[in-house]
Structure formats: structure tokens, C-alpha cells
Design a protein around this ligand. Sequence first.
Ligand code: UDP
Ligand code: UDP
Length: 482
Amino acid sequence: PSNSAAGDCQLGPAATPHIILFPSAGMGHLVPFTRLAVALSAGHACDVSLVTALPTVSSAESRHIAALHAAFPAVRRLYLSLAPFDAEASAEFPGADPFYARYESLRRAAPLLLGTLLASAAASALVADIALASVAIPVARELDIPCHVFFTASATMLSFKAYFPTYLDAHGSATAICDVDVPGVCRVPRSSVPQALHDPDDIFTRQFVANGRALAAADGILVNAFEAMEPEAVAALRSGAVVAGLPPVFTVGPLMPVKLTETGDAAEEQGNCSDYRAWLDAQPARSVVYVSFGSRKALAREQIRELAAGLEACGHRFLWVVKGAVVDRDDAGELGDLLGEVFLRRVKGRGLVTKSWVEQDEVLEHPAVALFVSHCGWNSVTEAAARGVPVLAWPRFADQRVNARVVARAGLGVWVEQWSWEGENAVVGAEEIAERVAAAMRNGTVAEKAAGVREAAERAVADGGTSQRSLAEFVRHCRGRN
Ligand code: UDP
Ligand code: UDP
């Protein structure tokens, strides 16, 4: 890749900052870190290293990391080896989500391994994943290296996270969580609070609160969001309305997807990965409903069946990425077992269902795609925003209801708030799904508004746009250290 610097870089190579990026686990974290790595390396002439903890939790992550370093050799790799810590965390939190268990392993490994790694790497700055903030900041401080935190979800969720410890202090952490009024931003109703936070002893809750408290100690916070989409949250974070004393908040989104080609075994492992491309190419413009609930959660079997019937009944073409397990390595079942061969035969031609990884950004930018039925993982939202694809939001867990509200308010899509998420037993029926999908496909207003969000996103990342300037300012902060 070109290492030519963007406008603000007249300094010689001696001033090139070496920025170490430390993601946590899961594609939802790795993907935005990859985009940040490429933006800093190819776009802003920084020397960038990406820390990878081995072995990765999912095979999607290991394929992605291999493809990144093949395409962008200028992004250096630094490895952390983790096995014994993982075993310890899983023993202490039996049944924990494997990605949260990995966060915990990384958090325990950080004081020792991260310190050694930073000391030997001549780092100008560390950018730590939000899930690692409270453990990474003290390690960097000890070595007098600035530590920034990269928040990989929405600015609205960042405001919630920054404020949540204050809420707990005011209400007592033993009291049940109610609606949370984030000052200057919004009221997050009890029903939208991430499920795990209702249990103070949950592994995720402990990390969430510790990291929320640590934000004020960071040197800066990067967020993959842009001002025009979440103006209240960004303003309230910066003005101190959410909590006093936060460091600068750099809004750098939507970070642009990086085209990576998987080669060799990785490509083979994916088998039919080109099927969906050929299928999409054969569909009329704006005719396809794309359905995906992200990389790391499976719907309950009963809900999968209702969704299948709903998609069949909605009358539109569809591309549906189905997951049968939390971690892809465990997802050995056949599509036919999940959905029934009869269903697959009936929808053949009109619907394409796959268990493989698809390059989601390619799907969203394809002219055949008209609607995205999405769980509202924040990366998916930013990708839909960047491509102007309207979203029918169906959040399932964690921050996704908070993100779905952002989607609805920004005009990127619609959110049926009464649709259930994990932990609520209600199954959303096929008829209801079919009606909502058909209504969203008819909705010209939402398509127009989504196109408006895309234009705002394009302005934000263009030269002189809010996100472009924010990223340049972040680089200036890092350069100041050389
Ligand atoms: N993704 C993809 N293909 C898939 C599934 C997911 O490219 O088949 C990408 C998606 O584009 C996004 C990331 O993986 O960049 C998932 O992150 P998100 O925040 O949307 O959801 P999560 O998987 O963390 O719930
Ligand atoms: N609403 C909904 N789906 C949407 C948008 C809105 O169900 O896509 C409902 C929801 O109950 C929400 C209300 O409409 O509380 C008003 O939404 P909005 O975000 O416009 O207003 P606010 O949150 O400020 O009350």
C-alpha cells in the first residue's frame, strides 16, 4: 500500500509515530481495528502494529488477520500467546460466552505480557480496545506511553458506558437496574439495557463497569461514529454533560471497509464463498432483502424457523446468512438440519441461504440489495450507513437496542421495539416478520432518509469532514510524542 501521508504530514520519517493497536476478541472488534490500522498506516503515514492474541476464538478472526497482513505488509504483527489464561477464565466463569471469557484472559494477561510487549516495541501510543481499557491504561502509564481507548460501538453507547458507573454509585449497585437517563443524550429504558448488566456478578458487567470508570484516565477516546448521525451524544460527551473529565473524543467513523481477499486454505475452507456474488449479480436492482445477525450469535431454533417462514411469505428475494452456533468452529450442522430440505427447495432461486462468511460490505454495496434486516451490531450499522441501505432493526443482545434507537432516530431505518431479544421468551411470528419486511420494502421515505445518512457519512470522511479532521487530530496527538 501507499504510505504517502495525508495533508497534515510534512514531518520527516523521524517523526513517524509508532502506534500499537490492541483489539480484544470477535470480528465485531477486529474488523474496526483493521480499518483503523489501514487508515492510520496507508492514510496517515503512521507506523502501525496490531497485537493478535493466539489462538483466536473464531476461525473468521484467524482468516481475517492472515488476509490483512498479506494485503498490508506495512501493518506489523505482534503476537500474544494466551492458552493458560483462557483455561483459568473459563474455569472461573463456567458457561461464559467464549468471547467474554477471552476478554477476561486478555485482561489478566495484560499487566505482564502487554508491559513486556510495549517496552520492546518503542511505541509512541497504545490504542486499546474498550474491553481492555481498565487494565491497559495503567500498564501504558507505568511506561509513560499515552493510552487511547477505541470504542467500537456507537457514540450513544459510549455515553451510556461512561455514565453507567455514576448511575450505579447513585442507586447502589445492589439495586435492580431501571431506566438509565444519560445526561444530555437520552433515556435508555430498562428493556434496552444490555441483558448482562442486570446481574452485577456477570463477567461482562464487571468488565463493563471497570472499563467505564477507566475512560477518564485515557489520553483520548476514538469512536467509530460520526457527528451528524449522533449529534447529541457526541456533544454531550465532549461538553462534560455525560461525565466530567473525559479526555478528547475523536469521532473517526464510519471507518472505511478494507477489501481483503482470502487466499489458499482459507478461501477453500469457505467453499461456496463466490456463490452469493453470482447470485446477487443475477438479481434485479433493489429487489433483495439481506438478513444477518452478525458474527457471534445464533438465533434460537424456533426463531430460525419463524424467520424462514416469514422470509418465504414476504414475497421478496432474500439473502440470509444463518448461524447455528456462537463460535464458527463449533457450527458443524448442515443448513438442511436447521431449516429443512423442503424449505430450501421451495425457496431455491428466490432465496439464498448460507452458513458461510459473506463479505458483508460487498453485499451492502451491491445494487440488488434494498433492505438489511440487522441485529444492529455497530459495525453492521456503520456499513449500512456508509452504503445508504435502509435497516429493519432487530436487536438481539448487548448494545444492540441502544444502536437500534440510533438507527431509527437518524432515519437509517425502522425498529420494531416490541420484537423480543435474548432472555425474553417471546418468539416473533412468521406473519409479523413477513408484514414488517414487506412494509419496509415499500417504504420510500426510509430509503430516501437512508440515502441522506449515506451522504452525511460521505461528507464526514471526505477531506475537511468532521471524521477526517478528528482522525488527523488524533494522529497529531500521537506525533506530538516523537
Ligand atoms: N461480517 C461479515 N460477514 C458475515 C458476518 C459478519 O462480513 O458473514 C462482518 C460485518 O460486516 C461486521 C462484522 O463482521 O463488520 C460484525 O460486526 P457487528 O458489529 O456488525 O456484529 P457482531 O458480529 O459483533 O455481533
Ligand atoms: N418507535 C418505534 N420504532 C421506530 C421509531 C420509533 O417503535 O423505528 C417508537 C418508540 O416507541 C419510540 C417512539 O416511537 O419511543 C418515539 O420515537 P423517537 O425516537 O422519535 O422519540 P423519543 O425517543 O425522543 O421519544
